[in-house]
Design a protein around this ligand. Structure first.
Ligand SMILES: NC(=O)c1ccc[n+]([C@@H]2O[C@H](COP(=O)([O-])OP(=O)(O)OC[C@H]3O[C@@H](n4cnc5c(N)ncnc54)[C@H](O)[C@@H]3O)[C@@H](O)[C@H]2O)c1
Ligand SMILES: [Fe+2]
Length: 385
């Protein structure tokens, strides 16, 4: 089994944001910089965090200058803010983008260099400034993963950076923060977490520990995606999606993601498709390609998702899995690449580079069937059929 890495402290449940002072005390920190985005401040989603800090007379500052799908340039101001201040920790508050920004800022402010120096296959084992991650989407699982993903705008590459240095010291997972997530983002982030669970389970790096988290995550996420999409105030659905997203994060951080993520990052980098949405666009096609590499594993996914019965054969379960993933995209109104506004000829022009970047990220090599460059090109083309 692989080494298991987790945050030191995790508080999970509705209203747990109020435990921030307790967590700060446990990690012996007194002066946090909150790293977030402008939406969190504008929509006052950050209010319960500020209230909890103010109540306990904890001094803090807010840095809200992060962007969705962060770039190397976008984190520079954050690095300078930390270097010019006397903060002893970071509270990363928001979706995966502010959390990933905070991870990169923490490492660069402590260790220096450029984020591209930390790109996979480099494994960052050093200590960085402690982070308390508080996700507001359900979601990337970044609060429990040893990864950050930052785009290099010089070559439009979404760089995967890996290592214990990127693991938050603590996490607060409070589903009440997700009631305000808009419909589209609810769907995209939920499909991202479902993809984490499926890929962790079918990955060549899967192990008994990650399998257990991945199966539980699928059981929690799949039956609740449509419920939360259709009614954002559904408490039970929001809670199950949030818990599932964190479990899926634990699963893939201690196993891996695979081909969907490998192919998704270049689509995000070149065409600015939100991460979960490009996963959704790829999931049925890539799953269909990958099933012959691990038919039994995929059939167990179909059962965990709740669309195949335990009596169904492997073959039937996998037929049901593909049709469910296609139906899910229809129900969640996932646009095609063309509907998203991407021009086919521009996409085709970039396929060769996207396939090269996907392979270089290392994720496709964890897939049950490992495609070569030519097969990746064909898979990208298949998205237009
Ligand atoms: N580190 C990891 O392990 C990991 C894993 C998967 C994805 N990612 C990365 O995470 C990023 C995507 O994160 P994301 O999908 O959470 O989206 P995001 O953080 O980019 O947020 C999407 C939008 O939703 C808004 N939002 C977030 N929470 C909200 C709330 N509670 N109410 C209203 N609006 C809210 C944000 O302001 C933003 O406009 C990508 O850069 C992706 O590459 C990282
Ligand atoms: Fe993801």
């Amino acid at each position: 089994m692989s080494d298991i890495i987790l945050p030191k402290f995790m508080n999970i449940g509705g209203g747990k944001i109020s435990s921030i002072a307790d967590i700060l005390q446990k990690i012996n920190c007194k002066y946090p910089l909150i790293i977030t985005d402008k939406t969190m401040v504008k929509l006052n989603i950050i209010e319960p965090l500020e209230k909890a800090l103010t109540k306990m007379q904890i001094r803090y500052e807010i840095f809200d200058d992060t962007v969705p799908e962060p770039t190397a340039k976008s984190i520079e101001n954050g690095v300078n803010t930390i270097k010019n201040g006397s903060y002893d920790c970071i509270i990363a508050f928001g979706g995966g983008s502010p959390i990933d920004s905070a991870k990169a800022i923490s490492v660069l402010a402590t260790k220096g260099g450029l984020i591209e120096d930390y790109k996979f296959p480099f494994i960052n084992l050093e200590n960085a400034m402690p982070i308390i991650a508080i996700p507001t989407t359900a979601g990337t699982g970044s609060e429990v993963t040893k990864f950050t993903i930052i785009t290099n705008e010089k070559n439009d590459e979404k760089m995967l950076c890996v290592g214990p240095a990127f693991m938050p010291t603590a996490a607060i997972v409070d589903y009440e923060l997700t009631y305000s997530v808009p419909k589209r983002t609810t769907a995209d982030t939920a499909v991202d977490s479902l993809t984490h669970a499926i890929e962790a389970y079918v990955s060549k790096k899967s192990n008994l520990f990650s399998d257990t988290q991945a199966i539980s995550a699928m059981q929690l996420i799949a039956p609740n995606i449509r419920k939360a999409y259709n009614n954002g105030k559904d408490k039970e659905a929001r809670e199950k999606l949030m818990t599932g997203a964190t479990l899926a994060g634990i699963a893939f951080s201690n196993s891996s993601v695979a081909l969907v993520h490998g192919m998704s990052r270049p689509i995000g980098a070149f065409f600015h498709v939100p991460h979960g949405l490009s996963n959704a666009m790829l999931l049925p096609t890539v799953t269909e390609f990958s099933i012959p590499g691990a038919p039994e594993r995929y059939s167990q996914c179909a059962k965990a998702i709740g669309i195949a019965s335990f009596k169904d054969s492997i073959e039937l379960s996998n037929i049901k899995l593909i049709s469910e993933l296609k139906q899910l995209n229809l129900d969640l109104e996932v646009p095609s690449l063309a509907e998203f506004g991407i021009k086919k000829e521009v996409f085709i022009e970039n396929i060769d580079t996207m396939a090269t970047q996907a392979l270089a990220s290392g994720s496709p090599s964890n897939n049950p069937l490992v495609p070569n460059h030519k097969e990746l090109v064909l898979l990208y083309k298949k998205l237009w059929n």
